[in-house]
Write a protein that binds this ligand. Sequence first.
Ligand SMILES: C[S@@+](CC[C@H](N)C(=O)[O-])C[C@H]1O[C@@H](n2cnc3c(N)ncnc32)[C@H](O)[C@@H]1O
Length: 167
Amino acid sequence: MDAGWLSNSSAYYYGLDMTAIDFNPDVIEKAKETSKILSVNVKFQCADLFKFSCEPKDIVISVGVLHHTSDCLGGVRRCIELTRNGGVFIGLYHKYARKPFLDYFKTLKEENSDEDFLFKKYRELDGRHADETQAKSWFMDQVLHPYETQHTLEEIAGIFGSMVFPY
Ligand SMILES: C[S@@+](CC[C@H](N)C(=O)[O-])C[C@H]1O[C@@H](n2cnc3c(N)ncnc32)[C@H](O)[C@@H]1O
């Protein structure tokens, strides 16, 4: 479960039977186009994680999603509930890793909030992208996203400790 590169790449590299959800229909369409290019058979569905239900899955993957929702920890619980035995692979913003980056851009924004200036500064830190559109997309997600929360391993481990699995 996870629309985007993870569902398509898991199906492509590991031959896994994947179901992928996202509540943005444009994202689903783009992911479907990619699955055709890769000739993989992923079941895509436009749905909100917090309302979605399905037969229990072996593993639920959610990377870069829940820290942008209004209830990140509820989202982690929801992912666990959708599995057979609590198998989840979840990527969240890490509080201590994220802080220096956010502090740096907060200072820059106070100095100059112009988007081109901030993008130039972002590019000094992230030289991975040959494609400018892709770099801009990462910049907007990492620097301009209107809402995010940050989390610790201790906090997330606590959720697993409080849940009972049918092993
Ligand atoms: C940063 S992207 C990561 C997508 C994917 N993990 C990938 O690697 O391509 C976050 C995605 O989460 C989706 N999203 C956010 N809240 C959601 C929700 N409650 N239910 C389903 N999708 C959601 C957004 O539409 C967006 O496409």
